[in-house]
Design a protein around this ligand. Structure first.
Ligand SMILES: *Cc1c(COP(=O)(O)O)cnc(C)c1O
Ligand code: SF4
Length: 470
């Protein structure tokens, strides 16, 4: 389809939209319930498939046909990064937990028993890292807690719409996994657009709304519009940025190209931009191979055409992308496609963490080597960053101060904004994989923020008791 643009000086430009090149594709998904129907698994041995079934009865498993047929390179399985990203592997569960569940499968236990066991095992996998549930609950004017919102950093409110609590495929390392397995007590989601909107209207210090999930792009545009369109009206001028966190650009790019309401969702973005908002698609990418298909590139092109920006973020993961070359290639390719590299995260302390974790010092080496090999436009990626209880903490490097080898850290975001951008120092520890394993350098008892953070936790507990939430 040709589109003619006329400029004020009389010039015209004709652009060819590439829609016609892409046929609509039916979304077809596999889970632990129909795992046997995945033909490609015939390429694997029986034991690998058995292990997969055991793990997928505990951790969420869901992969769609586009990922299987167009993105995963089956000649490279089991090492293919996109296979590792979507298909469960034995070592993703600690050995004791794996054995407990494998035993049930071997003796043909019924569904009910497997479910009960799965529930028990999940509680042993730290389903809610970093006090997500306890500490960031906003309340309305009447002191009523609003479900489905999180407000941790002054300027940004997170919104978890209930219809967006799933994804087009699941990442095997997902830190939100507890939301997907259907255990009710783990749920943080809401369906009340009005409550979210009125919270934003009364909190003028908030500049950013971040719609997240799961993946909000799993929702029909009609639903997304209910949430977002009202923000273009008077009363929401302080909301300067609408961010949408999504992996759809990679897991299901058809969402933006050929799905029935693909054009509608782009129209919604265009309207938000026209109303003066900055629209930021916070795109989750883990590996450069995710950018390689024509459809993935077409989706990026179409989103950018609306005036929305795409920023990329994703965790560093052993067995998937713990290689500087992968990050260099990914950031370079993203810059070429008009995406702004934003964050490299450290994998959180939950779920299959042991399988994916990379020591902080090694993470920094990978980051440094990768960033040294991109131009300044790729160096907008910050990290490696831990989303820990007190805030987002970045590993800035390793150095020696007066004979002591130390790790230099800083807050990118803090529960107290005053903590941001103050360097602090931990004892060098090449094995540590998370903030709580680090000790202060120079013989100090604790890090500068710890006493204050402890008080914040205590206050939150008291507040929760007042609300009878504990
Ligand atoms: C990362 C994050 C944000 C956004 O932080 P930015 O640094 O502005 O991208 C907001 N809330 C929570 C809970 C976060 O983890
Ligand atoms: S896209 Fe995000 S929320 Fe969805 S499975 Fe992957 S990590 Fe989890």
């Amino acid at each position: 389809m040709a589109k003619v643009t006329s400029f004020e000086d009389g010039r015209t430009a004709v652009t060819m939209a590439a829609e016609s090149e892409h046929e609509p594709r039916r979304f077809k998904v596999y889970t632990d319930k129909n795992i046997d129907k995945i033909e490609k698994l015939d390429l694997l041995d029986d034991e690998t498939v058995f292990n997969m079934k055991v793990v997928s009865s505990v951790l969420p498993f869901r992969v769609n046909e586009y990922m299987i047929n167009d993105v995963i390179d089956w000649n490279r399985v089991p090492d293919d990064p996109l296979y590792q990203l979507t298909f469960p592997q034995r070592d993703m569960l600690p050995p004791e937990l794996f054995d407990e569940m494998a035993e049930l499968h071997r003796r043909g236990a019924d569904k009910k028993e497997i479910k009960a066991k799965a529930r028990e095992l999940r509680t042993r996998l730290n389903p809610h890292p970093a006090g997500q549930v306890e500490m960031n609950l906003p309340e309305d004017d009447e002191g009523e807690v609003i479900d489905g919102l999180q407000h941790k950093y002054r300027e940004t409110v997170l919104f978890f719409p209930s219809a967006g609590q799933t994804c087009h495929s699941y990442c095997t390392f997902c830190f939100r996994w507890a939301q997907f397995v259907g255990d009710d007590e783990f749920r943080i989601a809401q369906d009340d657009a009005a409550k979210m909107q009125s919270y934003l209207a009364t909190n003028k210090q908030v500049s950013d709304l971040l719609v997240t999930g799961g993946d909000p792009m799993i929702m029909k545009t009609r639903k997304l519009r209910e949430y977002l369109e009202p923000l273009t009206r008077p009363g929401y001028e302080h909301i300067q940025t609408v961010r949408i966190g999504t992996k759809a650009l990679s897991f299901w790019p058809y969402r933006f190209v050929t799905d029935k309401d693909a054009d509608d969702v782009l129209a919604l973005m265009r309207e938000l931009v026209a109303s003066g908002k900055h629209v930021a698609v916070m795109a989750h990418y883990n590996h450069p191979n995710e950018l390689d298909t024509d459809i993935a590139r077409e989706a990026i092109r179409r989103v950018r055409e609306t005036g929305a920006e795409i920023r990329s973020q994703g965790p560093l993961l052993r067995n998937i992308n713990d290689d500087p070359e992968a990050w260099t290639r990914m950031w370079n390719e993203q810059v070429r496609l008009g995406i702004i590299p934003y964050y490299m995260f450290v994998e959180r302390d939950t779920g299959a963490k042991n399988y994916f974790e990379v020591p902080l010092v090694r993470a920094w080496e990978i980051y440094r080597e990768a960033i040294q090999n991109v131009s300044g436009l790729g160096r907008t990626a910050r990290g490696p960053s831990m989303s820990a209880g007190p805030g987002k903490v970045e590993i800035q490097g390793v150095t020696e101060i007066k004979g002591e080898k130390v790790i230099v850290l800083r807050f990118i975001q803090g529960r107290n904004p005053d903590w941001v951008q103050r360097p602090f120092f931990a004892k060098y520890d090449p094995e540590a994989t998370w903030l709580d394993q680090l000790e202060p350098a120079f013989g100090e008892k604790e890090f500068f923020f710890e006493a204050e953070y402890r008080q914040m936790c205590e206050d939150a507990r008291t507040w929760m008791q007042g609300k009878k939430l504990v």
